[in-house]
Design a binder for this molecule. Structure first.
Ligand code: CMC
Length: 427
């Protein structure tokens, strides 16, 4: 007999179906609740609301488990590439050699952006935040590819176009911001090597991306590639649920990611570490401020809505930071400050009681800094990494025949009905 949940309201009992996921996750299906009882559920911040079922990513925050399509991220970080992991997320299986070859060729084929779009970079203020530019440019792609306005048409082409062009847009934006000529993509380079080339090569000099840096970038992007129904992914699904096109939906996700409580935390972490360094490098003093709620400070890169143990992504990044910085000969005092903050936090009652551990953003900024990525581009890097996840989630939603436009309810707490008062009679 299938399990049911019972709810008693106004002395009537109602049965609600229970849904169980493949990893034993349990949910009460309340879709008929309002029709049958007149009640809605209230859950600010969606702390306890499943907005969808999904086959893409499994996350167990208590155990620190994260898997894409069933495969642990630790294994993907060690053995896969970002392009292969993107295919896995979007199409649900690891590609065969032929499929991977075709997917990679399409990414190479679509790497240029329309020459008309280059003027946008010219007009954009050089000190403007690159996330504003990225969101605007990604949304603008829909104007250059008007067939995307029918989200059921030619989806695979738009998917590869978007995955490929985002790195060109990110790199062109950077070159313009520092007054260097843009570097067009090179077809002989892999996805990550091509990005590094467009970022760091200059016309007058030869440039060969360091294979260790290419590998580190692959790992960083893989670790960011999906994270089930978070703020930006839910935004992509919400915008897409109105049948808005793929580019517009992703652009909305980029805006949601920008905030310092979400993807913007990687920039905030480096700024925080730099602040500590500039004011004498005393992590204990800073930690006391964080614990004093009146200070309004948070230990950025710590804590997570879902992880109540060590974020498995942060574990991989921490050991990668040690290795990459040593290989590049970078001696960054911020890494020592970060490790110091972490060891204080792991033994401090404030953090232990609240299950606050390093999240993905705690060490990623140190790695991006070592690679040469400027601080205000860290969240752009997060966007590059998260893109295949957003696309996979958008595609899964669009292919769901039972899909509904996202439209939550509310409980109104304002004035009851009252009359309009003319201006000359108002107190
Ligand atoms: N530093 C100090 N205290 C914290 C922190 C922190 N980083 N995070 C949570 N707390 C405290 C918070 O003050 C609260 O204490 P109390 O119960 O006494 O009021 C308690 O822990 C629970 O916090 P919350 O804000 O209710 O938890 P949440 O699930 O709503 O927020 C979070 C999760 C990620 C927004 C929060 O932990 C935070 O602001 N962290 C810093 C920003 C950050 O690193 N964000 C990146 C998240 S990972 C990347 C991503 O996937 O977006």
């Amino acid at each position: 007999m299938s399990k049911k949940a019972k709810i008693i309201l106004d002395e009537s009992e109602h049965e609600l179906p229970v849904v169980t996921g493949t990893e034993g996750e349990k949910a009460i299906d309340i879709r008929q609740l309002r029709n049958r009882t007149g009640y809605v559920t209230l859950d600010a911040g969606y702390m306890n609301t499943g907005s969808t079922t999904s086959d893409i990513t499994y996350l167990d925050g208590e155990q620190g488990v994260l898997r894409y399509r069933g495969i642990p991220i630790e294994e993907l970080a060690e053995k896969s590439t970002f392009v292969e992991t993107s295919y896995l997320l979007i199409y649900g299986k690891l590609p065969t050699a032929d499929e991977l070859e075709r997917f990679s060729s399409l990414l190479t084929y679509h790497s240029m952006i329309h020459e008309g779009m280059r003027h946008f970079f010219d007009g954009y203020p050089s000190r403007g935040h690159p996330m504003a530019l990225l969101a605007a440019m990604i949304c603008s792609l829909s104007a250059y590819y008007p067939d995307s306005l029918d989200p059921n048409l030619n989806t695979d082409t738009h998917i590869t176009r978007l995955l490929s062009k985002i790195r060109t847009i990110a790199a062109f934006g950077y070159k313009k911001s520092i007054g260097q000529p843009i570097m067009y993509p090179r077809n002989d380079l892999s996805y990550c090597a091509n990005f590094l080339y467009m970022m760091f090569a200059v016309p007058a000099e030869p440039y060969d991306p360091d294979p260790d840096v290419v590998q580190a970038l692959n790992t960083l992007l893989i670790l960011h590639a999906d994270h089930e129904q978070n703020c930006s992914t839910s935004t992509v699904r919400m915008v897409g649920s109105s049948n808005a096109n793929l580019y517009a939906s992703i652009s909305a996700g980029i805006c949601a990611l920008w905030g310092p409580l979400h993807g913007g935390a990687n920039q905030a972490v480096i700024e925080m570490l730099q602040d500590i360094e500039d004011s004498g490098g005393d992590p204990r003093k800073f930690m006391n401020e964080v614990k004093d709620k009146a200070s309004g400070r948070r230990l950025m890169g710590f804590g997570h809505r879902v992880y109540k143990s060590y974020d498995p992504r942060a574990k991989v990044l921490k050991s990668m930071a040690d290795k990459l910085l040593a290989k590049l000969g970078v001696d960054d005092p911020l890494l020592d400050i970060a490790k110091n903050l972490e060891s204080i936090a792991l033994e401090d009652d404030y953090f232990v009681e609240r299950n606050l551990y390093p999240n993905v953003d705690f060490y990623s900024g140190i790695l991006y800094k070592a690679i040469g990525i400027p601080t205000d581009m860290f969240t752009v890097m997060f966007s590059l990494g998260r893109l295949p996840g957003w696309i996979a989630q958008w595609k899964e939603m669009m292919e769901d025949p039972s899909r509904k436009i996202g439209r939550p309810r509310q409980v109104y707490t304002g004035e009851n009905a009252r009359r309009y008062v003319p201006l000359d009679q108002r107190a």
